[in-house]
Design a protein. Structure first.
Length: 239
């Protein structure tokens, strides 16, 4: 049985503070989680959680992944930006042009995110978190499509995107050039196995698709850490 995307995890210097920020921006309910972390619960039970776990990963350039938040109108976009700033976010410059319609911000821990202008057809119908936009190769997009069994909804000029068969947030990869990886990613995917699933068989399946093992295995917590074809960490939580 295939593991599913359970959570997008943030390594955070202050998990509770970062959870409060994102709970306020998204309007998602927060709850205490394991590992001294916090979690935001999606309004749709079929969606993924957002988890905030203790970590001291230094900020070494831009994150390899960031959220793109959608807007229904110019006023809605302004409200989202204003709410984020009131909660502790800030404007940042990542090279965007004055004529660009999206607004680039950072959360209180320095993690980038964008508030997209209304009328973006690619993100139509995805919900408030329109996309998790990632730096990555075409190969890694193919890997995650097979790993999660989510169909490719975009595959052009080495840019790829996948989306759950149930809809919702898209995960996108921008293709080359991909900046070299420096250190541990602040954001990573957490997969969970259904009850009764064969964890060893699922890990073998992911490796056959292009994942690689690491030396980390949390036997007590039932968690295995792997790397995708671009070297990004992700975990598989065994039942």
């Amino acid at each position: 049985m295939t593991s599913h995307l359970f959570a997008i995890c943030f390594h955070a210097t202050r998990p509770s503070g970062l959870a409060r920020f994102w709970s306020g921006v998204l309007g998602w309910e927060s709850a205490a989680g394991p590992d001294n972390g916090m979690a935001l619960l999606p309004p749709d039970p079929a969606g993924f959680r957002i988890r905030f776990l203790p970590g001291q990963e230094p900020k070494t350039g831009r994150n390899r992944a960031h959220f793109d938040l959608t807007s229904t109108s110019p006023e809605d976009q302004r409200r989202t930006v204003a709410r984020a700033l009131e909660l502790g976010g800030q404007h940042i410059d990542v090279g965007q042009l004055p004529e660009d319609g999206h607004v680039v911000l950072a959360d209180p821990d320095g993690n980038e995110f964008c508030v997209i202008e209304p009328g973006n057809e690619f993100l139509a119908g995805t919900g408030f978190i329109g996309a998790l936009a990632c730096d990555g190769t075409q190969e890694v997009g193919y890997f995650w499509s097979k790993a999660l069994r989510w169909p490719l909804v975009w595959d052009q000029d080495q840019e790829t995107a996948i989306q759950s068969p149930h809809g919702g947030t898209k995960i996108t990869w921008g293709g080359p050039p991909v900046a070299p990886k420096a250190g541990t990613n602040r954001l990573y995917f957490e997969l969970a196995l259904p009850a009764g699933a064969d964890g060893a068989a699922e890990v073998d399946r992911l490796i056959s698709l292009g994942a690689t093992r690491t030396n980390f295995s949390d036997d007590e917590g039932g968690r295995i850490l792997l790397l995708d074809p671009d070297g990004n960490e992700f975990s598989v939580q065994r039942s």
